[in-house]
Design a protein around this ligand. Structure first.
Ligand SMILES: Nc1ncnc2c1ncn2[C@@H]1O[C@H](COP(=O)(O)OP(=O)(O)O)[C@@H](O)[C@H]1O
Ligand SMILES: [Mg+2]
Length: 249
């Protein structure tokens, strides 16, 4: 599904990613861990195609198609979903209206008509039921006065509605309480299937108590310095990141 080949990237002239290679297959959940400032969010942004970040070398493909030159919106239309680290508040626009617009934008880009209202309603109901989201929540203004858990619920609901091929969840926000973590974990567990893939970026091992990743990668100073199974996450929790640093010396 996703192939990152020897990617180097910079922000404002500063080199951040220094040769990242990663393959994510359909049906897999990958966790990316690493200390603050290691380049985790930069990696997420470079996959999603955010324009502040410049890919200086390497290639990113999705289902064998080179997306390196595509903008963020085009990548979204190809099924790449990046969670928002800083959700915007939009008074007067409900959770449902926001996602309706996003879905129809997506369809427009593919040359399709708007989704018929009845189909949209059915889908909203189905996904809300799956994620145990109540109707009142769906009519609230986007992110206005949302708690940490509600912001996550909204994000997971959007992901459920958009059905991305590749979802990247950047959970670096240390403000996440246990309820918010559970919302994310529960959503990912319900939405993952053999045709999609998830990359979860997290500073803390805690989230991985609820989502079992197939692979764990550790980024330090812009490079993947270690990959393994979920066992690696436990080792990191026990020994911290310094242990890997020492191993590298
Ligand atoms: N928009 C930006 N402008 C300048 N420097 C940035 C920007 N975004 C990230 N950086 C720098 O890039 C490095 C990696 O950041 P980031 O990818 O956010 O790390 P992580 O998510 O692993 O904590 C840090 O040194 C950070 O200061
Ligand atoms: Mg980050």
């Amino acid at each position: 599904m996703l192939q990152i080949k020897d990617v180097y990237a910079s922000v404002e002239g500063k080199d951040i990613l220094k040769g990242i290679s990663l393959t994510v297959n359909a049906g897999e959940v990958h966790a990316i861990m690493g200390p603050n400032g290691a380049g985790k969010s930069t990696l997420a942004s470079i996959i999603a195609g955010k324009e502040e970040f410049e890919l200086t070398k390497g290639e990113i493909t999705i289902n064998d198609e080179d997306i390196t030159e595509l903008g963020a919106e085009e990548r979204a239309h190809k099924g790449v979903f990046l969670s928002f680290q800083y959700p915007v508040e939009i008074p007067g626009v409900s959770v449902t209206n926001f996602i309706k617009t996003a879905i129809n934008e997506n369809r427009k880009a593919k040359g399709l008509e708007d989704m018929p209202a009845s189909e949209m309603l059915k889908k909203i109901k189905e996904k809300a039921d799956l994620l145990e989201i109540d109707r009142k929540f769906l009519s609230r203004s986007l992110n206005v006065g949302f708690s940490g858990g509600e912001k996550k619920r909204n994000e997971i609901f959007q992901m459920a509605m958009l059905e991305p091929k590749l979802a990247i969840l950047d959970e670096t926000d240390s403000g996440l309480d246990i309820d918010a973590l559970k919302v994310v974990a529960n959503g990912v567990n319900k939405l993952k299937n053999k045709d999609n893939a998830v990359i979860i970026i997290t500073h803390y091992q805690r989230l991985l108590d609820y989502i079992v990743p197939d692979f764990v990668h550790v980024i330090m100073d812009g490079k993947i310095v270690k990959s393994g199974t979920k066992q690696l996450a436990y080792e990191l929790e026990e020994k911290g990141y310094d242990w890997i640093k020492e191993e590298l010396v």
